[in-house]
Ligand binder design. Structure first.
Ligand code: ADP
Ligand code: MG
Length: 262
């Protein structure tokens, strides 16, 4: 069943040294993602979400375990996925358009062809007219949009997005969330999305993996059966609101070690 376990994380463990002792950051992490799914990883700050992404991206070795994409191990093999880090990491000396097409030009696509492919998306993202600007001339929201486009335009089937909208105001954030889901559906990518925002996870995802506090383990897996296209108002539907309450309760307990008390 390669499509049901298109991306597969098996028994992944990773520790970091602290004062000469191994402190586990993630432990026994196992899950499968079907091809084309949008899966969010939700967990308390410091529970190992970015560590997990760095391992899937082949940038960090797991102490134990394996990660496969379409049956092939990607452990210690960078370059198999598109990866957007929390910080936008645009190259300051390149124009916005040359940042957006970086992945294609590195693969040898002609600049003119890459720009032709990117232009409709640049317009949809509201970046038209800013193609020739340098990143420091743009607002934080615009830079995030450019970084998102760069990631979406990589030729990779699997995209890892690590809290891409964390630093944005609510309306810009919603705009980018809706744009991302539209483009994801059109491009049929497999997306893993890290967030600590329960509403964001519910609005975007087919499935949500809730992680424990450090060391991160999969605490619970949720199926989000909401029709698409989705609207924020749907989060008030009783089954979704109940799912949110359950996640908040479990997250609170992970962080504080006891139930919510007032
Ligand atoms: P999250 O992304 O969920 O906030 P991280 O994966 O960044 O969490 O970090 C998980 C834990 O591992 C944290 O306690 C963090 O301090 C530690 N950690 C992450 N990277 C390193 C590193 N390179 N060296 C030492 N400790 C690290
Ligand atoms: Mg992180």
């Amino acid at each position: 069943m390669p499509d049901l376990a298109y991306l597969s994380v098996k028994d992944v463990y990773r520790a970091f040294d602290r004062d000469g002792e191994d402190m586990p950051a993630i432990q026994d992490v196992s899950f499968d993602v079907r091809r084309g799914a949008f899966v969010s990883i939700l967990g308390p700050s410091g529970c190992g979400k970015s560590t997990l992404f760095n391992i899937i991206a082949g940038l960090l070795s797991p102490g134990c375990g394996d990660v496969t994409i379409d049956g092939a191990s990607v452990v210690n093999r960078p370059g198999q996925v598109g990866y957007m880090l929390q910080k936008d990491l645009l190259l300051p000396w390149r124009t916005i358009e040359d940042n957006i097409i970086l992945g294609q030009t590195l693969r040898g696509v002609k600049r003119k062809d890459a720009l032709a492919l990117a232009q409709p998306l640049i317009e949809r993202c509201g970046l038209d007219g800013f193609q020739r600007s340098r990143p420091h001339h743009l607002s934080g929201g615009m830079r995030q949009r450019a970084a998102l486009l760069r990631t979406l335009l990589t030729s990779k089937e699997v995209l890892l997005l690590d809290e891409p909208f964390g630093a944005l105001d609510a309306i810009t954030r919603l705009q980018l969330q809706l744009l991302l889901t539209d483009i994801w559906q059109e491009m049929r990518k497999t997306v893993l999305f890290v967030t600590h925002d329960v509403d964001e996870a519910l609005l975007l995802s087919d499935e949500i993996l809730l992680l424990t506090a450090r060391p991160g383990r999969v605490l619970k897996r949720y199926q989000v059966d909401m029709p698409r296209p989705r609207l924020p108002s749907m989060l008030a539907d009783p089954p979704i609101a109940a799912m949110k309450a359950d996640m908040m309760k479990l997250l609170w307990k992970e962080v504080h070690g006891h139930e919510i008390q007032r």
